[in-house]
Every structure is written in C-alpha cells, then in structure tokens.
Design a protein around this ligand. Structure first.
Ligand SMILES: [Zn+2]
Length: 266
C-alpha cells in the first residue's frame, strides 16, 4: 500500500514538473524508434506452439533499452498497469520484484535459496536493465500469438550471430506457447536449425527466455529476471558444447544479461 501511495505521489510530482517546465522537454534527446527489420518467418505451427526465424543486421537501436511498438505490446503493458493497481509490489520495478521473491524464498526455502537474488541485487552478477529492442521484437511474438493477459507462459529463443560485409547479423529462432500446457519453455525443437547454422559459421550469441509475471500466484508473483537452477544448467551445457556467449531473461519490461564467464556463479 505504502509503495503504491509513494509511486502515485512520485508520478504526480513528475507530471507537475513537466507541466510547469515545458522547455525541459525540448532538451530531451528523442528516443530511437524500435521497429521490426523484417516480418518474422513462421517455421512451425501446432495447436500449442509456434516457432519463428527473425534476422536483422545490427542497427543503432538493436541493443537499446526500448520496446517495439505494436498493438499486442500496448495491450500487454495495459494489462500490467491493471495488475499494478492491486498488486502489493510495483510490477514495473524489477528491484522490488527481486526483493519480494527473495523474501518469499527465504521464508519458505531458507536463506541459501535466495543467495542468487541477493547477488543480483548487490550487482555482483548479471546486468539488469529494461528490455532491449531486439529482445522486445521476439517477446512481442508471444503476445501476438497468445497474450499474457490470458495467463503466464514462457517464450524463448536462440540468438545466433555472424559477421557480414553489411555488419553484424543476428538471427533468432524463437518459440511461443499457448497457456494451459507447460509453463516453462523447451527449445529442443529448434536445435536442428541452430546446429545447421552453427555448422555454417554462425556463433551462438545468446539464449533468451521469458519469466512472466504470475499475478495470481499464492505466494510468488514471479516476473523476476533471475535464472533458475535448470536455466543455469542449460547455460553451462550450451557454453561447453556450443560456445554460448550470453544468457538473457526478460519479463517483457525488464531484462537481465549474463556473460558466459558468470555462468558458474548462477
Ligand atoms: Zn527460466
């Protein structure tokens, strides 16, 4: 309650500042616009999952912390704003979500189970930020296919890279899922395509998956961009077997990034 009141007060102050000092807005640099460089190509379709290939040559906006504009994304943010009206934690504040989950873990699983939460909060491991343009283009596919307002479910992607005469090229193999089956994501059905590209000279840049908010969770409302033990095992295996460089986790608003050199700390 107090957090909500504080947030409302901050917003009121911010609105007041903008209204009384319109000249300050002129000095603000315009945000780069995040658009899709191409329409993602749908590869497979079942009643419960879809897979896509999305390729782009890195642009100035690619790794900027900004979101692609789409109706599905706007609806997702509106859903989170609605959740926020009654949530006990500001769902647009990743630190608050991590603190909330850390405390749940300590209470029910013991201090040790929350060690990684604390390490991330202390800035010892991982980099926290907002979702990047490239990540948002992939995450958007989930809300286009099966909006998260219908229930939490994870999406994921393998991200490959290669050098071309036009610059660094990224290629993602992404998967979206329908709610009601498994909540976690398996990217096993993308392995063959990834292996083919690796054999052709692409490098495995990143493993991306989402940790959606579970607003109806009895104890844990999730939405934290912290890897589970299973995630960490996947990262280490992919690093050792295929040279995975980075791990990315997003909840659609925030994102965390872990270099391979930190995988053993996860
Ligand atoms: Zn995970």
């Amino acid at each position: 309650m107090m957090r909500t009141a504080t947030l409302a007060a901050s917003l009121a102050l911010a609105a007041c500042a903008v209204d009384t000092h319109p000249e300050e807005r002129v000095e603000t640099a315009p945000l780069a616009t995040c658009t899709r460089a191409q329409t993602p190509v749908r590869l497979t379709t079942t009643s419960t999952a879809r897979t896509y290939r999305y390729t782009e040559t890195v642009r100035p906006v690619t790794f900027e912390e900004t979101r692609v504009s789409s109706t599905a994304y706007s609806n997702f943010i509106a859903f989170l704003e609605e959740v926020n009206e009654t949530a006990d934690t500001d769902v647009f504040d990743q630190i608050a979500l991590l603190v909330r989950q850390r405390d749940v873990f300590i209470r029910y699983l013991g201090e040790e189970a929350a060690a990684l939460h604390q390490a991330m909060l202390d800035g010892e491991v991982g980099t926290l930020g907002d979702i990047t343009c490239f990540q948002s283009i992939l995450f958007d596919l989930q809300n286009r296919d099966w909006p998260l307002s219908l229930g939490p479910v994870e999406m994921g992607a393998y991200v490959l890279e290669r050098d071309t005469s036009a610059g660094l090229q990224l290629r993602a193999y992404a998967k979206t899922q329908k709610q009601g089956g498994v909540t976690g994501i398996s990217l096993a059905d993308l392995e063959t395509r990834v292996n083919t590209d690796l054999a052709a000279g692409w490098r495995l840049r990143a493993h991306l998956h989402s940790h959606p908010l579970s607003p109806d969770g009895q104890y844990d409302i999730a939405g934290t961009v912290i890897p589970s033990d299973a995630d960490a095992n996947t990262y280490r295996r992919q690093r050792d077997e295929r040279g995975l460089q980075e791990a990315w986790i997003t909840n659609g608003v925030h994102s965390s990034r872990f270099p391979a050199s930190q995988f053993d700390q996860l």
